[in-house]
Ligand binder design. Structure first.
Ligand SMILES: [Mn+2]
Length: 376
């Protein structure tokens, strides 16, 4: 069989690889093997579960442009410091995203009707090299911004927060604000000598136009935080809103405050939502759970306030389906994304508002009820 292998043809594989590279574009400069594409087109790996909300999969990345939203996975968990597994986060989120219909009664939005959304699959990350992975994610995210498509980035652990901001900031003529939901401040310079998931906002706020004074962190506290990060947050005057602050001042007031801090002299604001900001009773599927976090309704209520002035993009990180129970963490992650998109639509910041949407055709509506009865 050693000899037989040499006799097997390779033409089709080569053809598929060439197409994957043409469609998926050239990888970051640090990747030596130039046959590895930037966007993962074929070797599905972590992306084999269909698209987010069943929206079209954009196979040829050269065709990106003109859409409102692109969902993109960054299946990297090389940055975890405790329980790994978030490389399967994008897959879990996509899979459970087939449960909701895209319509929300309370928000009065229908994502399928009001957004032109595509799923562009995953960034080809390099699991054995976090810096090369950052280069890939940075370049991929920048590509989406360059084509003016709103990125919804599915993590992955929180280390991707750094390349997600690094892919955005150089394209902004002004400051970038960051609204960061988390139990952890993620402001250390290094974890174990590397830039891991406890470090993204140290490095992101080193970017000249992403100052820490426009970073607002919501939900911080508990026993899994880092003292090194507190020192950085003190020195750089980042704004830390703890669970105790939220209890004391109330959701609305705290969210209004966060909005003000993030937007102060900023041109755009990026949303980084760590699923572990929500209590592990509701979000057990994560690597660094911390008891006493937000209730889902508290998180959603605050999101409705902090996103209404618009966003330049968002990431939903730290979903690790191995530790999940009945997919509840992924259900919540999808809920967070969809609520943000719905709020942006209602605020006139993304897609089309109802008055710009053609009226529903009653005949189509009846047919739709047969196909997708909802409820249950
Ligand atoms: Mn966290």
């Amino acid at each position: 069989m050693q000899a037989r292998e040499a006799e097997l043809p390779t033409a089709r594989t080569k053809e598929r690889r060439e197409q994957a590279l043409a469609y998926g574009l050239a990888s970051a400069e640090s990747i030596r093997d130039r046959s590895i594409p930037l966007f993962n087109r074929g070797g599905a790996r972590y992306s084999a579960s269909g698209t987010y909300l069943g929206v079209p999969f954009l196979e040829d990345m050269r065709e990106l442009g003109g859409q409102d939203v692109a969902v993109i996975g960054a299946p990297l968990d090389a940055g975890t410091t405790f329980r790994p597994g978030t490389r399967f986060g994008p897959q879990a989120l996509r899979q459970i995203s087939h449960l909701p219909s895209g319509y929300n009664f309370e928000l009065g939005v229908d994502l399928a009707e009001q957004l032109d959304m595509v799923d562009v699959g995953d960034v080809t990350v390099i699991p054995a090299n976090i810096e090369k992975s950052f280069d890939q994610i940075d370049k991929a995210v920048a590509y989406l911004h360059e084509r003016a498509v709103f990125p919804v980035i599915l993590g992955g652990d929180h280390s991707i927060g750094y390349p997600d901001v690094r892919g955005l900031a150089p394209l902004v003529d002004g400051n970038v604000g960051i609204i960061h939901f988390d139990r952890h401040s993620d402001l250390s310079e290094y974890n174990l000598d590397e830039r891991m998931h406890g470090t993204p906002f140290f490095h992101a706020t080193n970017i000249p136009n992403a100052p820490a004074t426009n970073l607002v962190q919501i939900g911080i506290g508990g026993w899994t935080g880092s003292r090194a990060g507190v020192k950085v947050s003190r020195e750089r005057r980042a704004s830390v809103i703890t669970m105790t602050d939220i209890d004391r001042w109330g959701l609305e007031r705290v969210a209004e405050m966060a909005l003000e801090i993030a937007w102060k002299n900023a041109k755009v604001v990026f949303l980084s939502f760590d699923i572990d900001s929500v209590d592990p009773a509701f979000a057990p599927g994560t690597g660094t759970p911390e008891a006493g976090g937000l209730l889902p309704r508290e998180a959603l209520r605050m999101l409705h306030i902090v996103t209404r002035e618009g966003l330049a993009g968002m990431e939903l990180v730290e979903v690790a389906p191995q530790y999940d129970v009945g997919d509840i963490t992924s259900v919540l992650g999808v809920r967070v994304i969809n609520d943000v998109l719905g709020t942006l639509i209602n605020a006139g910041k993304l897609g089309r508002r109802p008055d710009a949407t053609p009226k529903a055709d009653p005949e189509v509506e009846r047919q739709e009820d047969q196909v997708n009865p909802g409820g249950g």
